[in-house]
Ligand binder design. Sequence first.
Ligand SMILES: NC(=O)c1ccc[n+]([C@@H]2O[C@H](COP(=O)([O-])OP(=O)(O)OC[C@H]3O[C@@H](n4cnc5c(N)ncnc54)[C@H](O)[C@@H]3O)[C@@H](O)[C@H]2O)c1
Length: 436
Amino acid sequence: MKQLHKPHSLSHRRDEEMPSGQPYSPKSLKHPRNLPRSINYLLREQRLLFILVGILIGSTFFILQPTLSRLSTSEPHSFIPGSFPTGVTHYDQVSRGNSMSYGLGGKAGRVPVGISGRRLRIVVTGGAGFVGSHLVDKLIARGNDVIVIDNFFTGRKENLVHLFGNPRFELIRHDVVEPILLEVDQIYHLACPASPVHYKYNPVKTIKTNVMGTLNMLGLAKRIGARFLLTSTSEVYGDPLEHPQKETYWGNVNPIGERSCYDEGKRTAETLTMDYHRGAGVEVRIARIFNTYGPRMCLDDGRVVSNFVAQAIRKQPMTVYGDGKQTRSFQYVSDLVNGLVALMDGEHVGPFNLGNPGEFTMLELAEVVKETIDPSATIEYRANTADDPHMRKPDISKAKELLNWEPKVSLREGLPLMVNDFRNRILNEDEGKGMK
Ligand SMILES: NC(=O)c1ccc[n+]([C@@H]2O[C@H](COP(=O)([O-])OP(=O)(O)OC[C@H]3O[C@@H](n4cnc5c(N)ncnc54)[C@H](O)[C@@H]3O)[C@@H](O)[C@H]2O)c1
């Protein structure tokens, strides 16, 4: 048996099998015997040819695939979570008014979602608050999937209760100071108390919300390739030395005052937003919001419009701080929401002033509230609060030109809509007290 395995006995058997009686000659023997075995193996049976054809097919697929998927996507705003934009939209370009393609990020690195017809998924932080809840209504109405993140510090479930049960709506109780992982296409970052009464209540928490909350949301945007919009504020201009305020004005802010937790917090949030944009290629948008009013504002949040309206309805004197000659501009909430959506969906980073340039002194506002609610309403004067700005009026020419946006609702049109909501809530409040 051992002999069968000897080479000479094998060649003897093969000799026997050859019909011609010639000695056995495998194909490999056609090639010179001195080539290495691996090269011999490749050269046999056209293997090299097959390998080359395979490489050709593979490279053709990878060259064509991004083009095909760009053509197939129907949503320019959608990106595969995790894909990371390499293109950075240049702030300078934007402020000079140059238009940028939606994805400079899209040109390199970012891969559009291939699932055609997928709805845009959007996170709204602070979505249970005054502005946030109106924004959520608009996004749901236009067919987006919306996830609200809120810790209910100043927000209320009542602002969103009409959406409970809607399959396109989700609500998460979460504090933005803690990280969260979600997969979305856009992030509207509103979470932050906006009225002085609320943001001064726990100033350290306010600055934490502005800094850590914004960092967490920018980190999320970077990780999942989402577009990020920051709702900043006209407070970044402080007590302005320029009037009206343009986006190019750097502001006059007290860094150590009672309002600094909010003012400086928002300024830092803007800085972080621009650094993530420049340094990490995150697509960002910045809105500087001026005084906004409308239904669902907190009844007693100390903001001047809600104060006057609630006081006039309750038959209390309207409180005017200082001499009442300081000016503010008042924007109806639907105008702001339209501006935020135009900014998010547009091509420009900002910052953009979003406000109504109509300017009123506090005393003029009190007159309009009297006309709308109760002509017999009275005014009570109190000492002014610290760092209260003397004038505030947005220059909105940049938003007009680049976002094609401007407010439509005048104070005399908007105030009655807010008054109806406040009347109902104050009535329910009083009824609730009566039942206790
Ligand atoms: N309304 C205005 O006139 C105005 C003006 C300038 C800027 N803004 C900005 O717009 C945004 C919304 O303002 P608003 O008037 O709707 O205020 P709001 O107080 O009604 O809403 C803020 C929402 O954020 C939530 N929130 C606060 N801290 C949070 C945290 N740490 N984690 C999660 N949720 C948190 C609150 O519960 C609330 O629902 C704010 O960022 C504010 O600074 C508003």
